[in-house]
Structures are given as structure tokens and as C-alpha cells.
Design a protein around this ligand. Structure first.
Ligand code: GLY
Ligand code: MN
Ligand code: MN
Length: 445
């Protein structure tokens, strides 16, 4: 889908959002809401530099503008107004938005200052949604409630149901990220590159600056893949064979892709065994994607993923015992401690599908919703050799179910994770957005 087609869908997206906001505000008894973009935040109290702005997701839901101290005022029955602050600094300028299509989608508010918002709130109950630090709350008067829980949760939940425009942005974000992943697969195959080299090559291939990526690229060679979010890039090129885990995304108009691939190269029995493990995780990840469907609870799918992990551990010679022994004995959790995935959208970890707490034995699961049409979420199982978790397991009686010789042979490869982004269509069927442009999940380069 090209930029013009996205612009056309954007207008319908804003219309749909106006209707959804009107019914949400009416249901919860609010008369108006101010959605603030955020204010610049200092990197440290002791210097004069600021972090790049991360606009609030509720603001980005309306428009792809990365500008501080902007606000949208939604008042059902009135045209939605956009306020922008013309910055007086001559040191920096905000980045140019990817599309200008929003410019005629709102009632222009004019002026140079977000404080004018106060004059457009009307009577009744008013809510402010935005960061509490910075200038935002100053734009509303004393009667406004800041981030009321009922409205915040309702807006978080609203963002989990994607419009056709949002789906188009997520498809494009996946396409952009795929280019970066394919570049790194080839670089790993052909040259001896360091993690830093690969990180920079990914930014170059996807045309992103470091601060623009949806989350800091995770680029891990060998043992470093056992750190789930490895971002302290090594500067020394990897020598010979080994493994590469890349968890990196891209953004389109604020919408994020979140993709992980794991590759292996080199000769020897250990590399061959690790390759078999990667292929086992790849096949398992595809089976789990095929099991996802509307009305299934995501936590049930996560529980099912542990039973699949038990089988992959047995196939790889890493563990023995029944599926129940491996799952209930905490063996699978020592090799696979994180959740199966999370909702995805304007936030990499979109919070609207995590409004309920997971069960106590799934502490890191970030999606506790029932799978529903128009959701986008990740499916990202993994198996890792995390020294702290495996040492603790070894000290427990259940440790005898693990083949520790195979664990030490494979530990230098760190671990494997394979992650795709999937969309649930109106029919309830699941579409894998990542595999449309990046068909292979991992294996030998
Ligand atoms: N990139 C972080 C995650 O996969 O959740
Ligand atoms: Mn993820
Ligand atoms: Mn990821």
C-alpha cells in the first residue's frame, strides 16, 4: 500500500475514531477530553539536553505528529480541534511528519500556544490524558481530572482494535523491518561483523535513526543471546561460526513492527545441534501462529506454548520426561521465562491487552485478553541458556530431567527466539504480517 492509499484510509480512521470517542465519553460520562502529545524531558537535571520526544500513544492514535506540547480536544458534537505550539527556539526543530494528511482532518485552532486549549473545553466534566510531568496539565483548568482510570483504560482498549489505516501502517512497518532483517542475515553469512556493525547496518538498511526505532535494536552474537534484551553491543567481530539473534523493528506513521530472527553458521556437532534447535523453535512458532484464533484466551495459547517447548526440549536432547513433568516442574520456564507475546500497535508493548493481571505462574505475560477480530499481537516463543535460571534449576530435584552435557554444548549459542506480528481478521482468521515479506524465521544462514 503506498502513501496516497494510506492517506485516504487515514480520513476514515479519524471518522471512526471520532465515533468511538463519542460513544466512550458518553458511556463514561465525560463531556470533553484533551489528549496531549507530551513535553520535552531533560536527559538529566544537571545538563541542558533533552530526550527525543515519544508522543503519548493516545495522541498518536489521532495523528502521526512528533511535536511537543500539541493537543487534540475531543468534544462530541463539535469538530475535533488540533492545537500546536510554535516553538520559539532556534536550536532545533521537530521532525517532519511522514504525511501531512492530518492537516485538514481537524478544526485548526490557530495561535502559537497550547494554553489556548482552556478556551475550547466547554462546560461539564473534562479529562486530561497525557504525561503529568512537563507543560501538559497547565492547558486545562482545575475541574479537569488527569488520566482518570476509567477513560485511560477505555482508550487503551480502543487502540487494540485496529482500523484498516492502522493495519496498512503495520503492514508497511513490517515490510521496512524485513529489509533490515534480510540485510543482517546476509551480513552475518558473508562477513565477520561485530554487534555494533550489525546494529548500524540495520539502521542504514531501514533508514532509521537510533531514537526512531520502536525499541532499541537487540543484536546478540553467541552467548549474548541469553540476555533477552541485549543492547550493550560488542565492538569485536565474531570469529568463525556461531549464532545471531536480531530482535528489531521499524515504524510507519507511529505504528511499530517487532520481529525476531535467529541464525546459525559454522561447522561442528554443536552448530548442527543448535541449528536443529532453531528449526524446532521455528516449526513450533508456526504451529502456535496456526493455533491463534478469535475467542481463544491468549493466556491459554501461552500455556499451550509451554507444552510445545517441552517437546522441542526433548527433541533437542536437552530434557527428558513427560510434558506434565517438564511444564509443572518448571523446566520449560527455566528455558523460556518470558510470555508468548503482546499486543502491538503505537506501542511495542501495547498496554490495552494487558489490563488484567496474568496468573502468578505467568508473571511476564503481557497479553491477557481474549483474542478478538482486529487485534495485532506478536507470537514469539524462545529457548535460552540463561546461566542464572539454569543454575537454579540444576540445584532443584527436577534438575535431573535436564541433560547438562547438552546444555553446556549449546550454551555458547545463547538462545533462540522467533517472533512474528499477526493480525486477526473480521472473520476471526489470523494473517501473519511478518511472513508476507520475510518468509523464513531462522535456521542456517
Ligand atoms: N522487542 C521486545 C519484544 O519482543 O517484546
Ligand atoms: Mn515482542
Ligand atoms: Mn521483539
Amino acid at each position: 500500500m503506498d502513501a496516497k492509499e494510506l492517506d485516504v484510509l487515514y480520513r476514515t480512521h479519524v471518522d471512526e475514531l471520532e465515533q468511538s470517542y463519542a460513544s466512550t465519553l458518553d458511556r463514561l460520562g465525560w463531556d470533553a477530553v484533551v489528549i496531549h502529545s507530551g513535553s520535552l524531558v531533560k536527559r538529566s537535571e544537571f545538563d541542558d539536553q533533552f530526550w527525543p520526544l515519544r508522543p503519548t500513544p493516545a495522541f498518536q492514535h489521532w495523528l502521526p505528529l512528533v511535536e511537543a506540547d500539541a493537543g487534540v480536544v475531543v468534544r462530541p458534537g463539535h469538530r475535533t480541534r488540533l492545537f500546536r505550539t510554535v516553538s520559539e527556539t532556534f536550536w532545533e526543530r521537530p521532525p517532519k511528519p511522514e504525511s501531512q494528511a492530518f492537516e485538514d482532518a481537524f478544526e485548526p485552532a490557530g495561535g502559537r500556544d497550547w494554553r489556548q486549549i482552556r478556551d475550547h473545553l466547554g462546560p461539564g466534566r473534562v479529562a486530561f490524558i497525557g504525561e503529568q510531568r512537563g507543560n501538559g496539565p497547565a492547558c486545562v483548568d482545575d475541574r479537569a481530572q488527569v488520566n482518570p482510570t476509567d477513560l485511560t483504560h477505555a482508550l487503551d482498549a480502543l487502540r487494540t482494535r485496529k482500523t484498516p489505516y492502522e493495519l496498512g501502517c503495520l503492514v508497511e512497518a513490517n515490510r521496512r523491518a524485513s529489509v533490515g532483517h534480510e540485510t543482517l542475515r546476509k551480513a552475518f553469512r558473508e562477513i565477520e561483523a561485530s554487534e555494533m556493525d550489525l546494529h548500524l547496518a540495520y539502521l542504514q538498511a531501514t533508514g532509521q535513526d537510533d531514537g526512531e526505532t520502536p525499541y532499541k535494536n537487540i543484536v546478540a552474537l553467541g552467548r549474548n543471546a541469553s540476555t533477552l534484551h541485549h543492547i550493550a553491543y560488542g565492538r569485536r567481530p565474531a570469529q568463525g561460526g556461531g549464532s545471531l539473534l536480531v530482535d528489531a523493528g521499524a515504524v510507519c506513521r507511529g505504528y511499530c513492527a517487532d520481529i525476531t530472527r535467529t541464525w546459525v553458521k559454522g561447522n561442528g556437532a554443536a552448530a548442527t545441534s543448535f541449528e536443529a534447535l532453531v528449526c524446532g523453535v521455528e516449526a513450533m512458532q508456526q504451529r502456535l501462529c496456526a493455533l491463534a484464533r478469535a475467542n481463544l484466551s491468549y493466556e491459554a495459547l501461552h500455556d499451550e506454548s509451554h507444552r510445545h517447548v517441552a517437546q522441542v526440549l526433548r527433541d533437542a536432547g536437552l530434557a527428558r520426561g513427560s510434558t506434565d513433568e517438564l511444564v509443572d516442574g518448571g523446566i520449560t520456564r527455566a528455558f523460556y521465562p518470558h510470555g508468548l507475546g503482546h499486543s502491538l500497535g503505537l506501542q511495542t508493548h501495547d498496554v490495552g491487552c494487558a489490563l488484567r493481571k496474568p496468573r502468578q505462574d505467568n508473571p511476564f505475560l503481557r497479553n491477557t485478553s481474549d483474542i478478538a477480530p482486529r487485534q495485532v499481537f506478536t507470537i514469539e516463543p524462545g529457548i535460552y541458556f540463561i546461566p542464572e535460571l539454569l543454575e537454579a534449576l540444576r540445584a532443584r530435584p527436577e534438575g535431573h530431567l535436564v541433560d547438562w552435557t547438552t546444555v553446556s554444548a549449546l550454551s555458547p549459542f545463547g538462545g533462540v527466539r522467533i517472533e512474528d506480528d499477526v493480525y486477526v481478521g473480521d472473520s476471526g482468521a489470523v494473517r501473519n504480517l511478518t511472513r508476507e515479506t520475510l518468509p523464513a524465521g531462522g535456521g542456517r544462514v
